[in-house]
Design a protein around this ligand. Structure first.
Ligand code: PHE
Length: 366
């Protein structure tokens, strides 16, 4: 056996063994071990390369070519197997991580908008379109804003009719704080903070110590206030007529203003809408009966002065309305107390879909 042949056999053996191990490898780690063992810095093939220097030129050429061919063949075998392993791994993951899009979705429970929130949104939509902005104030109010500034001094009889909740006063406090009995204190706060022209509506919670089928100790009102140089009673009537017809969605709704009394407006009025009670059934917009829905009037000059606005320069109107009351009328809700019972069956029946946002153009409620 010649030297050449023996050497080739040697290389053939190395090749057969390496290619065999590459084919059999079950992991990329095993392939890497094989690569290092043969082609790494101290690998078997690398070691053989290092012996080339000791050969005669002719022999070195032949041997070098054979070693290079061997090196390439082993590298190709390892690469081919690595690609096959990667593909198998991808197949395995695709199989294991498959998402079954045919699964039915989990049902979403849909909430409802409470009729009070809905009614406030509807009113904001209507008055918003007339140029009013929403203002808010605190539920716990100072006597000054709730009464005194509104021309209801301490001994005024109107204080009695408000059934006020008083908070325990602190030592040395002039007057105890109150839970606001109406939204009118926000008129005062706004006039003290802003210069006319003023055009606000104030939806909010109000409190009176009163509890029966038509009264709750906590209820909601919406207040309106317009102050400018020439605002007059005609504007008041036009604005509230427009509101009532839009709110009840009855363009022909009969309305009337009856003289009334509030300490903070002069003249004062109550607004009624036409209805029929024939056969014990209330129908809004029909017949010759009347139903009171709000109080209003021209802001009293004393109130303007109390709020730092010159009554010789400015005048305007205000109105206040119970929200539950008009919601009950509009949506046929018979009992006030049910508004606060948080009964989900009631809410599912009388509530509104969250995405049906009231607008005048799109319809206030569906
Ligand atoms: N604040 C009055 C009430 O609660 C309503 C009202 C507001 C009347 C504004 C006139 C002007 O009864």
């Amino acid at each position: 056996m010649s030297h050449e042949t023996r050497t080739s056999d040697d290389l053939d053996q190395i090749r057969d063994e390496a290619v065999g191990r590459a084919r059999e490898a079950t992991s990329t780690d095993a392939l890497e071990t094989l690569r290092v063992e043969l082609l790494g810095k101290k690998g078997r093939v690398t070691d053989l390369m290092k012996t080339l220097g000791g050969l005669a030129p002719e022999a070195r050429k032949a041997r070098g070519a054979a070693l290079n061919a061997l090196k390439d063949e082993i590298a190709r075998a390892i690469e081919a197997k690595a690609a096959a392993l990667a593909e198998a791994e991808l197949d395995r993951r695709l199989e294991a991580e498959r998402i079954d899009v045919t699964l039915p979705p989990r049902p979403l429970t849909e909430g409802r908008i409470h009729p009070i929130s809905q009614t406030i949104d509807e009113m904001v939509a209507i008055f918003g379109e007339m140029g009013f902005k929403v203002a808010e104030g605190p539920d716990i109010e100072e006597d000054f804003y709730n009464f005194t500034a509104l021309n209801i001094p301490p001994e005024h009889p109107a204080r009695q009719s408000h059934d006020t909740f008083y908070l325990k006063g602190k030592e040395g406090e002039k007057a105890p704080k109150v839970l606001r009995t109406h939204t009118s204190p926000v008129q005062v706060r706004t006039m003290l903070a802003e210069k006319p022209p003023i055009r606000i509506i104030v939806p909010g919670r109000t409190y009176r110590s009163d509890h029966d089928a038509t009264h709750s100790p906590n209820f909601y009102q919406i207040e309106g206030l317009v102050i400018d140089r020439t605002t007059h009673m005609g504007h008041l009537k036009g604005c509230l007529n427009e509101f009532a017809r839009a709110f009840f969605d009855l363009p022909e709704l009969p309305v009337r203003f009856r003289p009334s009394y509030f300490p903070f407006t002069e003249p004062s009025a109550e607004m009624d809408i036409g209805c029929s009670r024939a056969g014990g059934e209330l129908k809004i917009g029909a017949g010759g009966d009347w139903l009171e829905i709000l109080g209003c009037g021209m802001v009293h000059p004393k109130v303007l002065a109390n709020c730092g606005i010159d009554p010789d320069e400015y005048q305007g109107f205000a109105f206040g309305m119970g929200i539950e009351r008009v919601a009950m009328l509009k949506y046929g809700i018979p009992d006030l107390r049910t508004f606060y019972e948080a009964d989900l069956r009631w809410l599912r029946h009388y509530g509104f879909l969250a995405l049906d946002v009231p607008t005048l153009s799109g319809g206030l409620s569906r």
